[in-house]
Every structure is written in structure tokens, then in C-alpha cells.
Design a protein around this ligand. Structure first.
Ligand code: HEC
Length: 154
């Protein structure tokens, strides 16, 4: 009898583990299912990106304009605190003119994505850990319009 009840307890314990386990797996599958479904449309923005959103990020939260200038105009850098300006001035080489395709080194968006996410060691191009992948895609779409606008002016 004692044995049996211990056996029952163990069975119940296992049932609990299994139940919890299957609930966890179940909810994980559900979450995975929804996020997969939800990420499909986002996936297409990842390749295209929204240039207007990218522009807002570039001139705002992405702080790209600190170094590359507002709308990519190197002569239109914002008024920053003296400390920040000193740090930026010390960073070499100078931030490139992102509107001038001929002066740019990176050849495709994969390289640019990496440069933005991981930074370029030893330069002022610091890694960005705050933008999401989609936000970087938006920024890349915006950078493409900058390069195109410079070409059109020639
Ligand atoms: C603190 C200054 C600074 C900030 C902030 C900054 N950059 Fe840069 N960026 C640089 C410098 C300096 C380089 C040149 C690095 C090199 O030549 O190795 C560079 C290079 C780049 C390049 C590569 C250009 C090429 O040669 O093809 C891209 C693209 C770029 N930046 C985009 C961005 C974007 C987008 C942001 C915002 C998310 C940003 N940068 C923020 C300083 C900065």
C-alpha cells in the first residue's frame, strides 16, 4: 500500500512534468507559429526597407547624423555638446559623404548592414546595438536614396 501510494505520487509527479512540458512545448510552438507567421510580411520589408522611416532613424534615434550630417550632408552636423564633438573629431578617418557613391567603400547592403551592426573597428563607425534588423533595413533603403540623389545631381 505504502509502495503503491509512493508509486502513485511518482506517477502524478511525472504527469505534472509531462503536462507542464507539453504545455510549454505547446505554447512555444504557438508562439513560434505566430511569430513565424508575423515575420513573413516583415521579412519582405527586410529586403525592401522603408526609406522614409530610415530617414527618420538616420536623423534621429540612429544618431547617424551626428557624424554623417543631417540627410547625409557632411556640412550639416548638429550642434552637439563639446565633449561629444571632441570625441567625434578625434575619430578618424572622417565620416564619408554617404551621398557620393564614388567615395564609398562598401559595395552592397550586406556589407553596409554589417558595418552598421558591427561597426568598423578602429574608426568612428561604431557598432549599433539599438536598431532592430528591420530598422537597419529601413536605414539601408534610405541610404540607397542618398546615393541615387547624388548621382542624379551630376
Ligand atoms: C561617431 C561617428 C559615426 C556615427 C554615429 C555613424 N557613423 Fe557611419 N561612418 C563613420 C566613419 C568614420 C566611417 C568610415 C569608416 C571607414 O572608412 O572605415 C563610416 C562609414 C559608414 C558607412 C560605410 C561607407 C562606405 O565606405 O561604403 C556607412 C554605410 C555608414 N557609415 C552608415 C552609418 C549609419 C546608417 C549610421 C547610423 C546608424 C552611422 N553610419 C553612424 C562615422 C560614424
Amino acid at each position: 500500500m505504502a509502495n503503491n501510494s509512493r508509486g502513485l505520487t511518482r506517477t502524478l509527479a511525472w504527469a505534472g512534468v509531462l503536462l507542464t512540458g507539453s504545455l510549454l512545448v505547446g505554447s512555444w510552438l504557438t508562439t513560434a507559429g505566430t511569430s513565424w507567421a508575423a515575420s513573413s510580411p516583415t521579412q519582405s520589408t527586410t529586403t525592401r526597407g522603408d526609406a522614409e522611416r530610415g530617414r527618420t532613424l538616420f536623423n534621429g534615434r540612429g544618431i547617424c547624423f551626428y557624424c554623417h550630417g543631417k540627410d547625409g550632408h557632411p556640412d550639416q552636423r548638429p550642434q552637439l555638446s563639446r565633449e561629444t564633438t571632441e570625441v567625434i573629431v578625434r575619430l578618424a578617418p572622417n565620416p564619408p559623404d554617404l551621398r557620393d557613391p564614388r567615395s564609398l567603400k562598401l559595395k552592397n547592403d550586406r556589407e553596409r548592414f554589417r558595418a552598421i551592426r558591427e561597426g568598423h573597428p578602429g574608426t568612428g563607425m561604431l557598432p549599433d546595438t539599438t536598431l532592430t534588423d528591420d530598422e537597419i533595413a529601413d536605414t539601408l533603403a534610405y541610404l540607397a536614396t542618398l546615393r541615387a540623389s547624388e548621382r542624379n545631381r551630376r
